[in-house]
Design a protein around this ligand. Structure first.
Ligand SMILES: [Zn+2]
Length: 335
């Protein structure tokens, strides 16, 4: 659950960490293969880092939704991955039931708790189900479903109200937790994108596309570029591709821990603040009428007639006489 946008330290971290990572990952190709210099190297990397960091923030929601399994997922792949995870759950549960090893059971329990609980009250043991095609998707699903499953609170809708009732320190604490999960997810995503980039470079180089294009637009650059030996370029592309894929996986797996911790905080907010929010939101039946009348008065300067209940414009003078029943409402108040 995303907390609100703020421009504090966490905001900077969100730009700097993913941005610097992308600069580092792009460096081999910029230093060794790319035939042009865009300003000084320092300027280039600073600019590139900030641009990538901002890009991540702008599409952050989508990155998360991609990893959750909503965005960019073809239906067949989603179904395949969900059933794969479901099989994993069934396997874990069988192992859990068969073993008496307490430590093993604890480990399995930890793994199972990453999935939403099936809402079937008759079953004695909690049973889990994969609702999303990725672990991250299931973790977020599990904790977003928690307030509804335990208290009947629809978390997505009520979260802003809970968030606004938190004090500044609590918000800061949650925000700082969140940044780590977010940064790691962004870095994982950037690794994927850059891996694709290196793959494409390798491929284009292989079919001679890059040399051809460069030769046409700039023969001198072409010569410079050819100074980098083909084998060296290949080595760069392949190593970078491999390590970026590995990094995407590793940072994703580490991010899961942080997302789980965010989830615990998210659940805690609902557990601790539910009464406060309830009290604040408490409305009497007549309240909606009150707000409606207040709105008509403040917005249109209309008054409700005490006698016939129709609305008439409040007058500039003291006598507020109803258009319909001609009662002077000021007289009614006096009596
Ligand atoms: Zn009236």
């Amino acid at each position: 659950m995303k907390s609100f946008f703020s421009f504090g330290f966490p905001f900077l971290l969100r730009i700097i960490i993913p941005g610097s990572f992308a600069s580092l990952a792009i460096a081999p190709v910029y230093e060794c293969v790319f035939p042009y210099r865009l300003g000084s190297n320092f300027e280039f990397y600073i600019f590139f880092s900030i641009a990538v960091g901002l890009f991540c923030i702008f599409i952050g929601e989508h990155i998360l939704r991609f990893y959750e399994g909503y965005w960019f997922w073809p239906e067949f792949l989603r179904k395949f991955c969900i059933s794969r995870l479901q099989k994993k759950i069934t396997h874990l549960q069988t192992v859990y039931d068969q073993t008496n090893d307490q430590i093993k059971r604890q480990v399995i329990n930890g793994k199972l708790l990453r999935f939403p609980i099936k809402e079937i009250p008759t079953e004695r043991v909690p049973r889990y189900q994969a609702e999303m095609p990725t672990l991250l998707g299931n973790i977020l699903r599990a904790y977003e479903a928690y307030p509804n499953s335990r208290y009947g609170i629809k978390s997505i809708f009520f979260w802003p109200m809970f968030w606004l009732l938190l004090d500044k320190d609590a918000r800061k604490e949650i925000e700082e937790q969140w940044v780590f999960a977010e940064c790691l997810t962004y870095i994982s995503f950037l690794s994927l994108i850059l891996a694709v980039f290196y793959f494409l470079l390798y491929w284009f180089d292989q079919i001679g596309l890059i040399s051809k294009v460069l030769f046409i637009i700039d023969p001198t650059a072409f010569k410079v570029m050819n100074l980098t030996r083909i084998s060296a370029k290949k080595f760069i592309y392949v190593t970078m591709f491999g390590s970026l894929i590995a990094n995407a996986r590793i940072t994703y797996l580490i991010s899961l821990r942080h997302h789980l911790r965010n989830g615990a905080y998210f659940q805690a907010v609902f557990a601790l603040k539910k009464n406060e929010v309830k009290e604040t939101l408490l409305m009497k039946e007549s309240d909606s009428e009150y707000w409606n009348e207040m709105w008509l008065y403040l917005r249109y300067k209309l008054i409700k007639c005490q006698k016939c209940k129709s609305f008439f414009p409040a007058s500039y003078f003291k006598d507020d006489i109803c258009n319909d029943c001609h009662t002077d409402n000021n007289d009614l108040k006096k009596s």
